[in-house]
Design a protein around this ligand. Sequence first.
Ligand code: PHE
Length: 447
Amino acid sequence: MAQRESFGSSFGALVALAGSAVGLGNLWRFPYLVGTNGGAAFIIIYLAFVLLLALPIMYSEFIIGRRSQSNVFGAYKVLAPKTKWCNIGFVYVLGSLAIISFYCVVGGWTIAYLWKAVTFRFSMADTEVLGSMFSQTVTSSTQPLAFMLIFLAATGLIVLAGIKDGIERYTKVMMPLLFVIVVIVAIRSVTLPGSGAGLEFLFRPDFSKVTAGTIIDALGQAFFSLSIGCGTIMTYGSYVAKKESLVGISIETAITDTLFAIIAGLAIMPAVFAFGISPAEGPGLVFVTLPYIFAQIPFGAFLAILFFFMLFIAAITSSISQLEVIVSYLKEEFSMSRKVAILLSMAVIVTFGILCSLSQGVLADVKIFGFNFFDLFDKTSANILLPVGGFFAVIFVGWKMKREDVKDELTSSGIRKYSPLFFNFIYYSIKYLAPIVVAVILVSGLI
Ligand code: PHE
């Protein structure tokens, strides 16, 4: 077999994984779901899922990918030859396809807003003007499509450049910078007069408002935000060297991602209440609130440019990981070149992306199962396909793989000597805890 690509360094591997995890999920999706699901109680349930489920699933995907050195489909063929397990690969390819199809639309919105920031369109802002600015931006049948195509082209070009040169290089510098800007925005947000109600919304839980929908949304968001359940970690894991600590990288990724989400919440919610915006505003929440905050910060116009640029980069480092799942599958299973695999995937993604984008405007009334295209791709991927994909990953590692092989992967770095207790804790959460919790929630949610 030809030498497989791999990440250039441990830092590179961490940055690629954290780059995949941190993205629109943290800065756009998390705040708006917190808003529509009533605040603190949602956050607590979300955090519980990250702790209990996300880590075991992440380890499992990582183990499958690194052990097999293969794509999401080939991985199961390598580890469980001549069985039907490999068909699970389709769930991951489908999940990644569904996600990138609406993700690229929001990615396009970030470019639209970067352009507005560069042309100083936020300076005279008030919330009403910003609200209609958002709806004009997303409902048009031309502009968002153009921006979506730019976003996809950028994604395709980076994936074309390959793993090490493409993915690693761009993420290293941008992520820390994005973090600093979000912290600055958060500081301004919590010091606005009237921000107290927002803090209360974020931190004082009211569990009486929790419904089955809240729990499913929190589950889906945990999967979505950590990029698990659609083969991303499996695919990236196959590029990580054996000497790296899989547990270490996973924990660091989860911490980084959660920090970003919480700080994003702190940046948005207090301002939402201070400005009298409805927290249940939906997908436009971040795009309406942030420009208004930037209008109230010294050098805000400049910060706005930086912010939307970084948001774009954060989105790109996530979309490349979605595309890479599909591309590595086509490339390895059908012996396609990287280029052909990318072009083929793009043809499908652009078609779905156009439907998702137009469903904000002219196609708003086309509903499938009661959802427009955008919500259909969003909800079915995050709330169904990703949990199903994650479920099979833990079942495979816990029940099909040999315990010694699992142990070998978990302890391969040799740097950290895991106590048997720690290994057993991880192993049993993979074998029992994660699959049971996911199955119970999915089944009860569907009922
Ligand atoms: N985790 C990414 C984000 O939060 C989105 C993503 C989902 C990326 C699934 C890859 C796979 O923006």
